[in-house]
Design a protein around this ligand. Structure first.
Ligand SMILES: Cc1cc2nc3c(=O)[nH]c(=O)nc-3n(C[C@H](O)[C@H](O)[C@H](O)COP(=O)(O)OP(=O)(O)OC[C@H]3O[C@@H](n4cnc5c(N)ncnc54)[C@H](O)[C@@H]3O)c2cc1C
Length: 460
């Protein structure tokens, strides 16, 4: 008989780890939560909590916290393309919030401890191995290395997860990586309840964000697919700063603003349906599993939801069947949304077509200006409340085609065709890159199609 130190070992006390620890402890399990940092700790992020994330956070028992109730509310999202304001739309589902992670993660961590989880900080996970009916792990503490045994291991150790690396036998592939940088600014002008998204061919696929977080402060950052980071300006911070200067809409908003934090960069790992999210007694949650929306870079809600699905599966099937049940839930709940987003992300990762993608964004925006339902659909995708596949629904496609036809009636058609011609010539000049792009887009599109025909996802 194996003796266990605990039932559940959770590596990482960020949103995913704290959420699963809270839910399991509430259900009566013995939970050991380990983090290499000491809370409150900061985590580079845009800090935008989508409506679904807020619902999960409330359920975790911090809805009544005065600081949570007084959080900074975001009611609108504004879209800019190459500095031109395209549209400002109300955020769906009651809006979101910008909550600095220094605060949010500390609240979630406290909630887990209040529910009964045992938190150990300053403990670094090193490796795991299987034992009969359980898992044992090695960790490094201030007193040296230690071995701990549990019935189940939850890898919630973020985008550079060691648990995921061991489970999958490899790190994150370059095509699944986003790199992002952010800093806080004080003295930010303009409406405080509007999140701005700025798109430019210079940093695409990706965007620059200005997310107000209260008292004229804002979280300002830039995220971009790693593969398309411009060669000539490899330093992400200098790219962000040059865009802040050159983009008139951003420079107006930040006219008298001062940076009041360091610029911090951080990698993100996006969703890849071909990679396992669980094996035996080991489950990956949140960023460790790559639950990041490939188009928006949002991950807080997926981290919290994956924790819920894991806890629900354990309650249903017990420790021994956790991996199968959890993998099924993830496929059912995430695969269509994140799979379609991934395929779209691959298609738009062709930088030679940057001008065309900007034109497409202008088309989306111009339709959203005149069509409230369309604005809700597209805004819902950006805010993380509407699944990405809705962009391909009949209603959304008709709206996009109507807006495209309107733009074509104006002289824009010539510019669009010129752009397309130039992109084709540029692609012909780089046959290897073009072939690699076409292959990777086709493979992601095939995965997305499979998510719609597979019986595992059919229940959705
Ligand atoms: C710049 C940037 C902007 C973003 N903006 C947004 C946004 O606006 N909205 C949104 O929804 N998402 C955003 N995201 C994504 C979001 O930050 C993540 O999805 C979210 O943090 C995932 O939570 P998590 O609990 O999975 O991982 P994390 O929050 O990364 O927590 C992982 C924890 O594991 C610990 N850990 C790591 N390794 C070990 C180890 N070996 N041993 C012990 N402990 C370990 C870490 O200390 C950390 O506390 C952004 C990401 C970046 C980088």
């Amino acid at each position: 008989m194996t003796s266990f130190d605990t039932d559940a070992i959770v590596i990482g006390a960020g949103p995913a780890g704290a959420a699963v620890a809270t839910r399991l402890a509430r259900a009566g399990a013995r939970v050991l939560m380990l983090d290499k940092n000491v809370f409150p700790r900061d985590k580079p992020c845009g800090d935008f909590c989508a409506p679904d994330a807020l619902t999960e956070i409330e359920e975790l028992g911090i809805g009544e916290l005065p600081a949570f109730r007084n959080r900074h509310h975001i009611a609108f999202g504004a879209l800019f393309v190459e500095g031109d304001h395209i549209v400002t739309s109300p955020m769906p589902a009651g809006g979101g919030s910008v909550i600095p992670r220094l605060e949010l993660d500390a609240w979630l961590c406290k909630a887990a401890v209040a529910a009964g989880a045992d938190l150990h900080e300053g403990v670094t996970f090193l490796r795991y191995g299987a034992v009969e009916n359980g898992v044992e792990i090695d960790v490094r503490t201030s007193g040296g290395e230690r071995r701990i045994r549990g019935r189940c291991l939850f890898g919630a150790d973020g985008s550079a997860s060691l648990v995921a690396r061991q489970l999958r036998g490899a790190g994150v592939a370059e095509e699944n990586r986003i790199i992002a940088v952010r800093a806080y600014f004080a003295g930010v002008e303009g409406p405080q309840d509007v999140c701005d998204l700025h798109f430019s061919a210079k940093a695409f696929p990706g965007y620059l964000w200005v997310f107000p977080c209260g008292s004229h402060r804002a979280n300002v950052g830039l995220g971009i697919a790693h593969k398309t980071l411009p060669q000539e300006k490899p330093h992400l911070r200098s790219l962000l700063e040059s865009m802040m200067r050159e983009n008139s809409a951003v420079s107006t908003r930040l006219k008298d603003a001062q940076a009041c934090s360091e610029f911090e960069a951080w990698p993100l790992a996006t969703y890849d349906a071909r990679l396992p999210v669980a094996d035996g007694r080991v489950l990956l949650l949140g960023d460790a599993a790559g639950f990041i929306h490939p188009l928006t870079g949002e991950g807080i809600q997926y981290a919290l939801l994956s924790a819920r699905f894991a806890a629900e599966e354990l309650a249903r099937g017990g420790w021994h069947d956790a991996a199968c049940g959890y993998s099924r839930s993830i496929r059912r709940e995430f695969e269509r949304d994140l799979g379609v987003a991934r395929a779209a992300g691959r298609v738009i990762s062709n930088r030679t077509m940057g001008g065309l993608w900007m034109e497409l964004l202008r088309i989306f925006g111009s339709q959203a200006r005149t069509d409230e339902r369309y604005a809700r659909l597209m805004g819902g995708i950006m805010a993380g409340v509407t699944p990405t596949q809705v962009a391909f629904s009949r209603e959304a496609l008709l709206g996009t085609m109507r807006a495209a036809a309107r733009r074509m009636r104006r002289a824009d058609l010539v510019a669009t065709l010129d752009g397309a011609r130039e992109a084709c010539l540029a692609m012909r000049a780089r046959p290897n890159e073009t072939r690699a792009w076409a292959r990777s887009s086709a493979s992601a599109a095939l995965d997305a199609v499979m998510a719609f025909v597979s019986p595992e996802t059919a229940a959705r």
